[in-house]
Design a protein around this ligand. Structure first.
Ligand code: HEM
Length: 290
């Protein structure tokens, strides 16, 4: 299926002189296209999702919400000593967030809104438009994900590049990877040809854990889907629980993206970005490389 040199494989001669730089083809065109389409979809999904959240900025656990299942998270605005303020309340703990969450400025005026206009899409309050954009990008995202999944299985990309090998989860190896990461010591030379085990686990956790959970909880928010598959409501303990899990999953994805981008920057931003744009990745041979 893949017409170009397979990614993350030993394309240059292993005998290149030490200290020289060789280029390998790290990512196939399908991986690159689906990655950047993913970034576009997830950005719009997040921003249109926050637009939808703003219409009812509370999270509940259970079937019904409102008074039956009191909110465990509220992003709101109130008044203290005659001055308006924004807050996030989780359980009984309230944190002041004026200016960003709960209360922020719209055209120079304070306005009560959970997430500020610069984080929502559309920027002005419009629930119907937010939902339309959310559903549109959700479908593009799912179709893109299915193409990536099919390609990953058929081309051998998953098996070859992302499957965790037995020796990688041996305690000594695993611990050394953690220590190296903590010290910001990233693989170099021949070792940089492959994803390291923490990278593999993070990617697998995202597309085998977070993304399916996000899609399933999203589907549970649709009354039509619930009517066809009531088991979804049982699985997540009700529509309010599904909504809360959908929000928590999206938040965890944001955390993943922050760490992911930080790692891209810390381990060589231009080389990494070039590999995800053109496919080419530079490897500098070390003294210890054979
Ligand atoms: C602006 C944001 C992002 C940037 C700059 C970025 C950059 C990159 C780069 C440079 C790589 C290649 C890493 C390497 O070769 O070692 C990569 C791989 C990857 N990224 Fe991102 N990324 C972004 C957002 C995302 C998002 C939102 C997701 C999904 C939730 C994601 C999931 C992945 C996955 C799964 C891979 C491995 C792909 C494969 O080999 O099949 N990234 N990213």
């Amino acid at each position: 299926m893949n017409q170009e040199t397979p990614p993350l494989r030993s394309t240059p001669p292993q005998s290149a002189p030490r200290g020289t730089t060789v280029f390998i083809r790290r990512h196939s065109v399908v991986t690159r296209l689906s990655h950047w389409l993913n970034v576009l979809c997830l950005s719009f999904l997040l921003m249109s999702g926050l637009q939808i959240f703003n219409a009812y900025p509370q999270l509940h656990w259970g079937q019904y919400g409102m008074d039956s299942d009191p909110a465990f998270l509220t992003v709101g605005a109130g008044e203290s000593h005659g001055a308006p303020h924004g807050f996030v309340r989780i359980g009984s703990v309230s944190v002041p967030t004026t200016g960003v969450l709960g209360l922020s400025k719209v055209e120079g005026e304070w306005a009560p809104q959970a997430f500020p206009t610069w984080l929502t899409f559309p920027s002005y309050q419009d629930l119907a438009a937010g939902r339309n954009w959310h559903f549109f990008f959700a479908w593009v995202f799912v179709i893109n994900g299915l193409i990536y999944l099919g390609y990953g299985v058929l081309s051998g990309h998953f098996h070859r590049d992302l499957a965790v090998k037995r020796h990688e989860i041996a305690p000594r190896h695993f611990w050394r990877e953690i220590v190296d990461h903590a010290r910001l010591r990233f693989p170099a030379g021949e070792d940089a040809r492959h994803y390291n085990v923490l990278q593999k686990l993070a990617y697998i956790g995202v597309f085998a854990g977070l993304l399916p959970l996000m899609i399933l909880t999203g589907l549970t928010l649709s009354p039509g889907i619930d009517a066809a598959f009531p088991v979804l409501l049982d699985l997540f303990g009700g529509r309010q629980s599904a909504r809360s899990l959908h929000f928590i999953t999206a938040s965890l994805l944001v955390v993943f993206v922050i760490v992911h981008v930080a790692m891209v920057i810390l381990s060589g931003p231009w080389n990494n970005l070039r590999s995800m744009v053109t496919g080419r990745y530079a490897i500098r041979k070390k003294e210890s490389d054979a």
